[in-house]
Design a protein around this ligand. Structure first.
Ligand SMILES: [Zn+2]
Length: 453
């Protein structure tokens, strides 16, 4: 069960509680709902001497989705103290979907429209692409948006829970753990974990596809270029990845005899360390360090090893829970359903819509705040009886300057013409949409709640 965050009346984070306990707090009037997503209660009293248990925030940054998991740091409690919080319990999980691609597409469109406009109005315009300087640490807007999303959520969770440490997956594999993969037979000398690092190394080196038929998205086997039966070594320089049929067909031939001299040639070239490190993960690491919390880093190989050891399926949030060497031996994940967080952006900066030639298509944009409500707010609208629209609607608000707004609900789709005076805000727009994904062990229950979008 995902826990419910609790803060006291002075916004100090307390221990997250079981949803049952949260319901009791609400029904006794001891707390009120503070945030809908992630669900957070605010107590009606101050708890100045609270000593909440330390939690570790674990992150698996991805290009589309970043996994987030809050895990109780072990050891959980001082000896002799009774606690409801076990070591290694995932108390909350989330999957943050970025809008990097959307940012990129919008910029491309904008550039095309601006270029077109300039072409029409200017006979000749000297090239001006080389007279601008980018600030230190500049990242493309699509990457910057990913980083900013992640940083936002790290800071948000630090306000809702007692986060005392952060774990982040930084690189795909660790050459140190593998001890010069091209020289030593790492898999067989350095134990099971090194095998996982080696596999990640090979995946990166061979582009995550079969070296012979270039098939992607199929299970890949580690394959000896010069077969073991012919005294081929276990060094990384003699290993590649092949799909099962290619591996079968190759049999005891070498890659050259199999008709792939290029594989043999590529195998000799070691992959540089830098290939496994990407700029945005390093930038994220720097920003996490700036929060002042200790940041532990892990490799992709270690994450996969941790996850396989604990028999967990591959999802973003479980990957996050398995990041780093500090992962507890037993992870308690039963019943957790990750909060799916989708970055939606706050609003468009464009002052008026334009057609595909860049000519204005509409009048100047009207206000996005009407009656104290903003486009993107989650609201409950109760429309009284004589109206055709009578009923209760919960959903995302799109304001109109006239006051007659639209509400996007899960149950009725888009409901138009609801006056803003009938609406009460449930959660203010914060640039993210919310829902619930599949939890661990949910199996075939294919339904998602998108009401709280
Ligand atoms: Zn193949």
């Amino acid at each position: 069960m995902s826990c419910v965050f609790v803060v006291d009346t002075e916004h100090r984070p307390l221990d997250p509680v079981h949803p049952g306990a949260a319901r009791r707090l609400l029904s006794r009037g001891q707390a009120a709902a503070w945030r809908r997503s992630p669900f957070t209660l605010i107590l009606k009293r101050a708890v100045p001497d609270a000593q909440p248990h330390p939690l570790r925030l674990k992150l698996d940054p991805g290009s589309r989705t970043t996994g987030l998991a809050l895990v109780t740091a072990s050891p959980a409690a001082p000896a002799g103290e009774e606690t409801a919080v076990d070591a290694g319990r995932v108390v909350w999980a989330g999957e943050l979907t970025h809008r990097g691609q959307a940012v990129h597409e919008k910029l491309v469109t904008r550039r095309a429209i601006r270029c077109g406009r300039r072409q029409r109005h200017t006979r000749y315009r000297p090239a001006r692409f080389a007279n601008r300087r980018r600030p230190e640490g500049w990242l493309p807007p699509s990457l910057e948006s990913r980083l900013a999303n992640t940083e936002t959520w790290v800071r948000r969770l630090c306000l809702l829970a007692n986060v005392t440490a952060i774990s982040q997956e930084l690189v795909k594999f660790d050459t140190q753990a593998m001890q010069h993969p091209e020289i030593s037979g790492a898999e067989y000398q350095q134990g099971a974990l090194a095998g996982y690092e080696l596999r990640e190394y090979l995946l990166e080196k061979w582009g995550r596809r079969c070296a012979y038929c270039h098939a992607t998205g199929v299970p890949l086997q580690v394959e000896h270029i010069v077969p073991k039966t012919r005294n081929g070594s276990d060094c990384a320089s003699n290993l590649t990845l092949a799909c099962a049929p290619c591996n079968q067909r190759k049999g005891t031939r070498t890659a050259e005899e199999f008709g792939h001299p290029e594989v043999q040639a590529q195998a000799q070239r070691p992959l540089r360390d830098a290939a496994a490190v990407n700029a945005s993960r390093w930038a994220l690491f720097q920003r996490l360090r700036a929060t002042g919390l200790p940041v532990e880093t892990g490799t992709g190989g270690r994450t996969k090893w941790n996850r396989t050891q604990r028999n967990l399926p591959k999802t973003h949030w479980l990957d996050a829970a398995c990041v780093g060497a500090s992962t507890p031996e037993h992870l308690l994940v039963a019943g957790i359903r990750p909060l799916t967080i989708t970055a939606t952006g706050r609003h468009a900066c464009q002052m008026c819509r334009m057609d595909r030639f860049g000519f204005p298509r509409t009048g100047p944009k009207a206000t996005s705040t009407v009656g104290g409500l903003h486009t993107g707010d989650l609201v409950r609208a109760v429309v009284p009886a004589p109206s055709v629209k009578a009923g209760t609607y919960v959903g995302r608000l799109a304001v109109r300057a006239s006051g007659m707004c639209n509400i996007t609900t899960a149950r009725h789709g888009v409901v138009q013409g609801i006056h803003v005076r009938h609406c009460r805000p449930l959660q203010r727009s914060d640039g993210y949409g919310y829902g619930y994904g599949y939890g661990y062990g949910d199996g075939a229950s294919h339904h998602t709640e998108t009401e709280a979008r």
